[in-house]
Design a protein around this ligand. Structure first.
Ligand code: ARG
Length: 498
């Protein structure tokens, strides 16, 4: 980006022509700011990404001013023409962003004045950069939220396809990272669908509070001009106006909410990442990830590292950091606007960029394509169902089912728990899994709890199998494959209606 050479405005002869390097506010100052202060206080090189929102906001404001008779129709036409030129200059990469002009707002206003003269100087009537910047951020964030909501939908639809494909595939469910009970891989994945469903709700809810118009608050107290804020709100697609001028220019709670929703979303994706990483470790070997989400090692030729999930886990840290940055930025500020607020942008932009990139890459990583040769759907997450099943065999995953079986035959649960513990201990000693016991062996192992023994009958065999265990958890929210399919169907319908 090009920069103009700074020239120092003289206090005696403040240069107010359109092309000067004098600051918009330099009239009352007796010396120019140092280069360091200029650089320290400027935001143009990061807030210029709100240029389109700034132009949109300015045009809406100018239309309102003309409609109210505050500026002339010709002024409005000049402003619209000038803004169209500026849009083109920006699109072509020809717009010169100038550090001397501090921020995106002053840069655009100055260029407008250079292009159209007096009309450009009239644009700022009844407005302040304080309500202008708050409006720009809200417009920018609203677009970012819409993008995020649609990307969450893409991620979720990829998850649903994978879950459906594995609605019956058993894997160990873990607690404390110890094998607990069988679940299906589809059921496991649907947990992430639910998490991100709440994330989407949070973003959608946050959007309601983002979508209110600060413009009209001016610097802090409102303006003496007879403005029409509802008209501006309507043109810019805001649901309503901010009702208190001091609040409108000073609070950034909507940005904090956005960062909080982002931190939670990333936290969920970080948990999924941790699982993918763990599952992909050769020590676990539950899945393999398509090569394009992994990288090799420059020294160890055998390595295939799950870099993408690792980075998602890592980037969660920076998103959490941005949330803390904004909370801290806000907490000590007296009403109304303070320059501290200029520091809201980088964490906010970085958060949105990180969330958007993460969702894009995750939607792809959980996704699938039709293989042209076989005509079959190939998923980027390749499930090794045998490894999942053999892990289940090593953890006595159906022990609870055995206890439940005894309870259903009348044994109090605590006794059943004890009887099964005896069987597990024996199985461990013999290095076998529970279904490998014959009925007589099982009876013998439970002899220490005589009440249990006669309750064991031939039907116990089916209870001890993984399939039996899964099928028995047959209620809303349970892991029975039929229930998982129901959950997926409902989720699909919900996703479509969004
Ligand atoms: N660049 C400023 C910001 O991001 C715009 C508002 C500046 N207002 C002021 N009175 N200095 O917050």
């Amino acid at each position: 980006m090009a920069e103009h050479n700074p020239t120092s405005p003289s206090a005696d002869t403040p240069d107010t022509t359109a092309n000067s390097a004098a600051k918009a506010w330099s009239g009352r100052f007796s010396e120019p700011v140092s280069d360091l202060v200029k650089r320290y206080t400027a935001s143009v090189f990061f807030d210029n990404r709100m240029a389109e929102q700034d132009i949109r906001g300015s045009i809406a404001h100018a239309r309102m001013l003309a409609r109210q008779g505050i500026i002339g129709e010709q002024d409005l036409a000049d402003i619209e023409r000038g803004m169209a030129t500026i849009r083109e200059e920006i699109a072509r990469g020809e717009f010169v962003w100038n550090l001397d002009d501090e921020d995106v707002h002053l840069n655009i206003e100055k260029r407008l004045t250079a292009l159209v003269g007096d009309a450009g100087k009239r644009l700022h009537t009844g407005r302040s950069r304080n309500d202008q910047v708050a409006t720009d951020i809200r417009l920018w964030l609203r677009d970012a939220i819409d993008t995020i909501l649609s990307l969450i939908g893409e991620f979720q639809s990829a998850v649903l396809d994978l879950a459906e494909h594995h609605a019956d595939t058993p894997l160990p469910g873990f607690t404390h990272l110890q094998v607990a009970q069988p679940v299906t891989f589809g059921h496991h994945l649907m947990a992430y669908f639910e998490m991100t469903r709440r994330d989407a709700e949070r973003f959608a809810d946050c959007r309601k509070r983002v979508n209110r118009l600060p413009l009209g608050a001016a610097a802090l107290a409102g303006t003496t001009f007879s403005i029409d804020r509802e008209f501006v709100a309507e043109q810019l697609g805001f649901d309503e106006v901010c009702f208190n001028s001091l609040d409108a220019v000073s609070d950034r709670d909507f940005a904090i909410e956005f960062c909080a929703a982002s931190a939670l979303l990333l936290t969920h994706l970080s948990r999924l990442s941790e699982e993918l990483i763990l599952w992909m470790s050769p020590r676990v070997g539950f899945i393999d990830l398509a090569d394009r989400f992994c990288t090799g090692s420059s020294i160890m030729p055998q390595k295939k590292n799950p870099d993408v999930p690792e980075l998602v886990r890592g980037k969660t840290g920076r998103v959490n950091g941005s949330l803390i940055a904004l909370l801290t930025l806000m907490k000590g500020q007296p009403l109304a606007y303070n320059k501290d607020n200029q520091e809201d942008k980088e964490p906010l932009f970085d958060t949105a960029d990180t969330v958007i990139d993460t969702l894009r890459i995750y939607a792809d990583m959980m996704g699938s394509r039709i293989d042209p040769d076989s005509g079959k759907r190939v998923f980027n997450v390749r499930v090794k169902a045998d490894a999942m099943r053999s892990a289940l065999r090593q953890g006595y995953a159906t022990a609870t089912d055995l206890a439940d079986y005894l309870v259903k035959k009348g044994l109090p649960f605590r006794d059943a728990h004890e009887a099964v513990a005896l069987a597990v201990r024996a199985a461990e000693k013999r290095g076998i899994d529970l279904p490998e016991f014959t009925l007589d062996e099982l009876r013998a192992e439970m002899a220490g709890l005589p009440r249990a023994v006669p309750l064991l009958e031939a039907d116990v065999a089916s209870v001890l199998t993984v399939e039996g265990s899964l099928a028995a958890r047959d209620h809303v929210g349970g892991t029975a494959p039929s229930r998982v399919r129901d959950a997926i169907a409902k989720a699909r319908a919900r996703l479509k209606s969004r």
